[in-house]
Design a protein around this ligand. Structure first.
Ligand code: ASP
Length: 322
């Protein structure tokens, strides 16, 4: 349904636009949440979703909207991506990110980088400047430097909360999903539909606390943690990555729409509450379809999330079930 929105040039008619974002899923307990912490998250989510929304209302592409939104979340130390990335068991950082364009179904992905301030920008660079999709580790960092991305110091990625989280995980001899202890931190993602009917998705993460060095999660794997197809939907996942890889969650949402004719909501619900849950996986996803519908299901206690679609006066921001 076309809608009339204001622009700097006056009024014009455009198709529905939508954006949804997440800041991670996990054991986010109300009992651990002070009003101040909650307000900080709400403010960050509001700023991020509004920055993507502004790209879309200015007539920008879904690809630019998701890239810009994830970039801003990577710079926010509250979230487990870019600056606020969690530590590996060696007390290092290894970040993963991906971006996918639903129009061309082209994609870019990067993993195991430790010096790149905005892994999502590197993923986009790989998508647009190489014949490849996925670069890892030292070679990805070399490619970044050759394309003018200045390496960040280890100090930039150090946050005390993350370091404390690592000590806690080590004492329990386990790996920790972003939100599975009392520190409220999380992976980030964005999906969008632009006024030309194009969809895009982007995801970025530091992974899981105390993960083995060299471990790659779902976020950067096209079809597992990130997927976009103009015929169906754009999807970004968050949660225990090993399960999302086994369930090929992001692609499953698209496939259920394409092959079974399910709605976005039905497909997203099935992927999380049936397929992922059956394997024992915890987490959630955000998805938007070509009509601008948004779905944000999760089977964990909470998921930091927000969306803004045509017809809404302000973004919807939520953390818990209701
Ligand atoms: N999915 C991410 C990973 O497994 C973690 C997260 O979403 O919190 O690396």
């Amino acid at each position: 349904m076309p809608c009339r929105i204001s622009s700097r040039q006056g009024f014009f008619f455009m198709k529905k636009i939508s954006i949804a974002i997440h800041g991670g899923a996990g054991t986010i307990l109300r009992s651990n949440m002070t009003q101040e912490i909650e307000q900080n998250y709400v403010r960050s989510l509001n700023d991020a979703v509004t920055s993507g929304w502004n790209v879309l209302t200015d007539g920008g592409s879904a690809l630019d909207a998701v890239t810009e939104t994830v970039r801003s979340l990577e710079d926010d130390p509250l979230f487990n991506a870019g600056r606020g990335s969690v530590f590996t068991s060696d007390a290092t950082h290894e970040m993963d990110a991906a971006v996918m364009d639903g129009l061309t179904k082209n994609a870019g992905a990067v993993s195991l980088v430790s010096k790149v301030r905005n892994p999502v920008l590197l993923a986009r660079l790989i998508m647009e400047n190489t014949d490849h999709i996925f670069l890892c580790g030292a070679a990805a960092e070399k490619f970044a430097e050759e394309h003018g991305i200045v390496p960040e110091s280890d100090e930039y990625f150090f946050t005390q909360a993350r370091f404390d989280q690592l000590q806690k995980a080590k004492s329990k001899a386990g790996i920790i999903l972003d939100h599975s202890d009392d520190k409220q931190l999380g992976t980030v993602g964005a999906v969008a539909l632009d006024s030309n009917g194009n969809l895009a998705a982007a995801t970025s993460t530091g992974g899981m606390t105390n993960k083995w060095p060299g471990r790659v999660g779902d976020s950067a794997i096209i079809g597992a943690g990130t997927y976009a197809d103009n015929d169906t939907c754009a999807v970004s996942c968050t949660g225990h990555g090993e399960y999302f890889m086994r369930a090929v969650t992001a692609y499953e949402v698209s496939a259920l729409m394409k092959l079974k004719g399910l709605s976005l909501e039905g497909s997203a619900w099935f992927a999380i509450h049936e397929s992922l849950a059956k394997l024992g996986g915890k987490g959630g996803l955000i998805a938007v379809d070509r009509l601008g519908n948004v779905a944000m299901p999760f089977n964990s206690e909470g998921m930091y999330r927000a969306c803004f679609t045509s017809g809404m006066d302000e973004p919807l921001i939520a953390i818990f079930e209701n």
